[in-house]
Design a protein around this ligand. Sequence first.
Ligand code: S0N
Length: 277
Amino acid sequence: MEFEWQTAKTYEDILYQKWDGIAKISINRPHKRNAFRPKTVFEMYDAFCDAREDSSIGVVLLTGVGPHTDGKYAFCAGGDQSVRGKAGYLDDQGVPRLNVLDLQRLIRSLPKVTIALVAGYAIGGGHVLHLLCDLTIAADNAIFGQTGPKVGSFDGGFGASYLARIVGQKKAREIWFLCRQYNATEALSMGLINCVVPIQQLETEGIKWAKEILEKSPIAIRCLKAAFNADCDGQAGLQELAGNATLLYYMTEEGTEGKQAFLEKRPPDFRQYPWLP
Ligand code: S0N
């Protein structure tokens, strides 16, 4: 099945396309197993912001370009170790950055559904990116794992705590302490991903899930996402959930009455609205 993707914006390290309510962000560094440098992350951030602002988009697919010329696939192999400096990953000006943390928060709080399409390696910070997407569809060649303690890094934020929420404390500690790799079947059995499909069907399956989601109520979906997040995200999660409540309130006649009264320089008439049980 062919899809009519249109390039939405041109970048150096990623592809950004849209079609029929769906945005697709593809990390395009297959020679590095799609490891990200600061520029890659800035570009992904920019594309996710565009998808957030575009009210025709309801679902964002995150994936990696592949296969590489050696025939291997990767979703993302984490931070590019070749530009890792003493205090983070060096950008073109030599400034050390951990800007993937900003991207993690953006994906987490995006009021649209994010789906990771994982073919090949989802390793290190790349593994955390799939973890933060709302859903993960894996190809049968997908490999998951963390490498931090092996390469001298760790993600003690979502990478540890949210992983433990998903697979449980014992399994999360195993994943981080042993740095093993897990195949798609193992990942499915530990609840780390939603389904496994043959590699040739990965994008088709992602589109199928996206289209099913797009049939649903946008506000119901965004409130549910915020509610799932609020359970783990403390005050930031409450802010997100409450922001949705405010959005809905603005859309009511009662909410509009306050603004209207102010603009008309009269006292607001809230007595017309019931105190519901
Ligand atoms: C993915 C692996 C398992 C694939 O193995 P395979 O198939 O044998 O391929 P290779 O020959 O190893 O790789 C092919 C080419 O790709 C390059 N490459 C692969 N991964 C990276 C990478 N991460 N950085 C730079 N280059 C990479 C190889 O060098 C090779 O190139 P050539 O052919 O030119 O030699 C295997 O590649 C692997 O294990 N990769 C490393 C995975 C890894 O350790 N990633 C980093 C983990 N850490 C993070 O991601 C940190 C994330 C982060 O930013 C962060 C977040 C929160 C808090 C802290 C941090 C922090 O920065 O620490």
